[in-house]
Design a protein around this ligand. Structure first.
Ligand code: FES
Length: 123
């Protein structure tokens, strides 16, 4: 689809999140809204759908708390799956080697946007 304009959703200002912080947002697909989250880790930002690869439910308990205590890993609070915050890959626990679904980001004029038409919906 050459020339087609990307569908962008503004999520946050680039300097909004401190290291090891996160922010949730909603992405829409057809008529369904899915929760996603933005994280700031070691100077970079990453975003994923808030869907664990174990039970396809949110990783947090609705409290926007995704990181391990040492801020090195993303942890699913349901059964303790551990994901790499940079790659989204399952490091250990019941996620069975599957990676979180990535939401691609774009930085523009001091703001971060989710690229909605490039989300990995896992299908
Ligand atoms: S739902 Fe995430 S570890 Fe089970």
């Amino acid at each position: 689809m050459g020339g087609k304009k990307k569908r962008l959703l503004k999520i946050a200002a680039v300097d909004e999140l401190g290291d090891g912080e996160s922010k949730k947002f909603l992405v829409k697909r057809a008529d369904r809204e899915t929760e996603a989250f933005l994280i700031h880790k070691s100077g970079k930002h990453y975003a994923y759908l808030n869907l664990c690869r174990h039970w396809t439910v949110g990783l947090d308990f609705d409290d926007n708390d995704f990181f391990s205590e040492d801020r090195e890993w993303l942890v699913c609070k349901n059964h303790g799956a551990i994901y790499n915050p940079v790659s989204g890959e399952c490091e250990s626990g019941p996620c069975g080697g599957a990676a979180l679904y990535r939401v691609p980001l774009l930085e523009k004029e001091g703001d971060l946007y989710a690229v909605l038409d490039q989300i990995d919906w896992g299908d």
